[in-house]
Design a protein around this ligand. Structure first.
Ligand SMILES: Cc1cc2nc3c(=O)[nH]c(=O)nc-3n(C[C@H](O)[C@H](O)[C@H](O)COP(=O)(O)OP(=O)(O)OC[C@H]3O[C@@H](n4cnc5c(N)ncnc54)[C@H](O)[C@@H]3O)c2cc1C
Length: 459
């Protein structure tokens, strides 16, 4: 039996508890069942955004005529070469993790699946390990909905879709969340004929006005079926056959590829938690308190496996919090999340920080809401923006910004102005104190703040 100061399960956000404590002299064992780097690097954020940026270029090229730019021929993507470049980049990045660990005498990297044998003992590859502290950062994986016939077909999840080197002529996407939309958008931009099947609405957790605008704009350029009930999936003669009832009407759809991105499940089932007192919720996610402690002393959990936030930036925040409080400050303090933002990297982009209008209504908060379109700005004129807006929600009494939402070009960048502002508890007045570069996208945020200021003064 080998004893460590720290055992980390998973090399996504868990890595925040590997090298930093090792540099302080702690002995760390890190266990990983796949290639190092976790979902984000190997099959998530990085490869998807490497695919989406060229997809955005294709989309801009497709709409270039409005800028008096005509290409002699339709732009063509070398999809195979693109996917090979992406895969090589992420594989090289992943392969660079191990040599760095091997050089560090305080880190033992153990490839294999970790299973708890008891509250404080872990087994991996037949070896038994204990530690003063164990950090579970084992993440989540795609889960398929329960659709008759689906399991016996060669459907793709995001994992396969990011490695497929052959562009299918047609693809059906099941799901209306960010992964379904981002990957469906990319495949469509490269020339696949994509149909989106969405159970209810797209981006159902976004502010309603943002989701409405997204559905409106996205549906102009893509085939989208909302309120669908998928009856059955079959696969014959290299073709997927999907029977669906869409808005009450039965339809049979056919496609060369099928992407299922309609949910994820936590990797708790692989951890042998039944041998421990670590508690999980009804969906299988690990329960933690405000210190990210599980129900077992000295066993912590972070990241997707908590079922709280599903972003690389949130697990990084949690990992850095644990490192700081446990190994630098050595003080037990509760985690306080600043507003957790996110973005959807489609065309148009969507980004959010803070509350939605629906949440403010449910919480009975007295608020004002303003929207400012991209078109009403100098940069919007240059870009010929005919859709998209920034929506700002502020507390009526104080002008404190409670939520900000953007839909349109570079929304994921524009939103950062509000992320900083909200993290600093800022107000509409704060937004109006600085000088904005003219013409720039953040001026759209400033124009929204001007409207909000007017409204606050008249209320
Ligand atoms: C297609 C896609 C696109 C995404 N895009 C974005 C984005 O743009 N921005 C963003 O913020 N987030 C994005 N995400 C989400 C993001 O990838 C995750 O939220 C993040 O990676 C979670 O980190 P984690 O450390 O909790 O888990 P993971 O990164 O999943 O790491 C967990 C690791 O634990 C390993 N593991 C599991 N069980 C065991 C075991 N028993 N023993 C040993 N090892 C084990 C797994 O192999 C895995 O490597 C995307 C996800 C997908 C799928």
């Amino acid at each position: 039996m080998k004893h460590y100061d720290i055992i980390v399960i998973g090399t996504g956000g868990g890595t925040k508890l590997v090298t930093p404590p090792s540099k302080l002299g702690y002995k760390v064992a890190v266990i990983e069942k796949e290639t190092p780097g976790g979902t984000c690097l190997n099959r998530g954020c990085i490869p998807s955004k490497m695919l989406i940026y060229p997809a955005e270029i294709m989309t801009l090229a497709e709409h270039s005529e409005k800028f008096q730019i005509r290409f002699p021929e339709k732009p063509q993507a070398d999809f195979k070469a693109l996917i090979e470049r992406i895969s090589k980049t992420v594989d090289d990045e992943s392969a660079s993790i191990l040599p760095a660990y091997e050089k560090n005498p305080n880190i033992d990297y153990i490839p294999g699946t970790a299973r708890f044998l008891s509250n404080d003992t872990i087994s991996v590859n037949g070896e038994t390990l204990t530690a003063d502290r164990i950090f579970i950062a084992a993440g989540a994986r795609p889960a398929a909905p329960n659709i008759p016939g689906l399991e016996s077909t060669p459907y793709m999840t995001s994992r396969e879709a990011l490695r497929r080197t052959e562009l299918p002529k047609s693809m059906i996407v099941i799901g209306g969340g960010f992964i379904a939309l981002e990957l469906g958008f990319a495949y469509s931009a490269f020339g696949s004929d994509v149909t989106f099947l969405v159970r209810n609405r797209m981006l159902k957790n976004e502010d309603r006005e943002i989701a409405d605008e997204f559905e409106r704009v996205f549906s102009e350029n893509h085939r989208v079926l909302l309120h669908t009930d998928i009856q059955k999936v079959e696969y014959s003669n290299n073709t997927f056959l999907v029977d669906v009832v869409a808005d009450g009407k039965p339809l049979r759809l056919e496609s060369e590829a099928l992407l299922v991105a309609a949910g994820i499940r936590p990797n708790t089932d692989l951890l042998g938690l039944e041998n421990t007192d670590v508690q999980t919720d009804e969906r299988g996610y690990i329960r933690v308190n405000e210190y990210l402690e599980t129900s077992v002393p000295n066993v912590y959990a972070l990241g997707d496996i908590l079922g709280r936030y599903f972003y690389r930036h949130s697990v990084n925040f949690e990992g850095e919090f644990l490192f700081r409080t446990l190994y630098q400050e050595k003080k037990r303090s509760p985690i306080e999340y600043p507003p957790v933002p996110h973005a959807v990297f489609t065309h148009p982009q969507v980004a959010k920080v803070g509350k939605t209008e629906e949440e403010l209504i449910a919480e009975k908060i007295d608020y004002i809401s303003v929207k400012n379109p991209y078109s009403a700005s100098a940069t919007g004129m240059a870009r010929l923006s005919d859709s998209g807006f920034i929506k700002l929600l502020a507390e009526k009494k104080t002008g404190r910004v409670l939520g900000a939402h953007a839909i349109g070009d570079e929304a994921s960048n524009v939103i950062h102005l509000f992320i900083l502002l909200m993290t600093m508890n800022g107000t509409v007045d704060d937004l109006l104190r600085m000088i904005y570069i003219h013409p720039s996208l953040p001026e759209i945020a400033r124009n929204a703040a001007r409207k909000a200021k007017e409204l606050l003064q008249t209320n």
